[in-house]
Write a protein that binds this ligand. Structure first.
Ligand code: F3S
Length: 377
């Protein structure tokens, strides 16, 4: 891989952290045949929850003496920084999680603690990024037309420090062409996303024909689900996404229905995987007005920025018995483990809750989730 003189100097840096970050980028670039490094507009770093990275990850982060050089965002952590007690988080867990967050803060990473950085900062078509959270990666590539590979927590951090990423994969226009035309049959697109992920072969990019026009939030849920059952990091949608017309229509065609799921009676209804938008908060409030007060646990997850911007709406939802948490989610927080069955409107959470939190999960539409929350036990 070609390196400029400045880049070569970083491989000899007296700072071990910088040297390591540069070595990581060069190693990844060489594995994937990148011709050079390119500058990035922002990085988004995953592997924040103590439940996911554990003691070894914490110690490694604390040992790093580096600063990020581009806008860098952090994925959700294990609890709401202000309402951790309400979530039933133990003091010892909290301490470890806060050490991780402080380590990132010392590096200059913004403590956004959200998987929806695209709701916080303006990301434009053709911006080069190094994002790690799979749902954010697929959203940025597909819905915005920005360019990012699916980074790991470590490669995203290395890119944040160096301000560059290897130029390969989805950074290159011709690698973004669709390879298979997909007709969606099901009514719920989050479930269809899960099923499509299972049907795709490695490296395929679908051009999707929906059977009705999805909202932007439905596309978000579709993409998050698709990325949770596959390594797919980009889709095109006919008439909807910014690059769908830029390529030839693939000859191979498949039809995809909704994924099936287990049923259980929920003691927690959790919405916000990925974190909810302002519009989704408004919809939840409308539904609560329709169905009445919450009688079971209804937890809603969003970024702190959206929560602050919508403080009136959040207050009204909480007056009706819902809880709106920030900085975390039902999948990365150990708080979900106390429940027997979690109902979600997210294909990704349906897929991950049993695997990562060892808790039963069941699925319903947003409206059904809110209605369930208002039913007596
Ligand atoms: Fe976000 Fe947590 Fe889902 S990080 S995409 S809400 S698993």
């Amino acid at each position: 891989m070609f390196l400029t003189k400045e880049e070569e100097k970083l491989l000899e840096s007296p700072n071990e952290g910088i040297r390591k970050c540069m070595e990581i980028l060069v190693a990844v670039g060489e594995i994937f045949g990148a011709e050079k490094l390119i500058e990035i507009k922002s990085a988004q770093i995953s592997g924040v929850s103590y439940s996911n990275i554990g003691e070894a990850g914490l110690e490694w982060l604390e040992s790093l003496d580096v600063k990020v050089t581009v806008d860098s965002f952090l994925n959700p952590a294990g609890f709401d920084l202000e309402r951790w007690k309400e979530m039933g988080i133990e003091e010892s867990y909290r301490e470890k999680q806060l050490r991780i967050i402080r380590a990132f803060e010392r590096m200059g990473v913004k403590l956004t603690l959200t998987c929806t950085p695209y709701y916080l900062e303006e990301i434009k078509k053709n911006d080069h990024l190094a994002w790690a959270e799979s749902s954010a990666v697929i959203y940025a590539n597909s819905i915005i037309g920005a360019r990012t590979n699916r980074e790991s927590g470590i490669t995203a951090l290395a890119a944040a420090v160096i301000g560059k990423t290897p130029y390969y994969g989805l950074h290159i226009k011709e690698n973004r062409a669709p390879t298979v035309l997909v007709k969606i049959k099901g009514e719920n697109f989050a479930l269809a996303g899960l099923e499509l992920g299972k049907a795709l072969k490695e490296g395929e990019i679908p051009l999707v024909e929906f059977n009705r026009k999805p909202s932007e939030e439905e596309l978000k849920l579709f993409g998050a689900a698709l990325a949770s059952t596959s390594s797919c990091s980009m889709f095109h949608a006919v008439e909807l996404t910014p690059e769908w017309k830029d390529f030839e229509t693939p000859r191979e065609k498949i039809e995809v229905d909704e994924a099936e799921f287990e049923k259980c009676s929920p003691d927690l209804i959790a919405i916000g995987c990925p974190h909810v938008s302002k519009r989704e908060l408004e919809k939840i409030y409308e539904l609560l007005k329709k169905y009445g007060r919450v009688k079971r646990n209804l937890w809603i997850f969003t970024s702190r920025k959206i929560k602050d911007e919508c403080s009136n709406l959040v207050r009204k939802i909480e007056e009706l018995g819902g809880k709106v948490f920030s900085d975390t989610c039902m999948v990365v927080s150990p708080a979900s483990e106390k429940f027997n069955c979690v109902m979600v409107n997210s294909g990704k959470a349906l897929e991950y809750l049993p695997k990562l939190r060892k808790v039963n999960a069941t699925f319903a539409s947003l409206e059904e989730c809110v209605r369930w929350a208002t039913l007596e036990d």
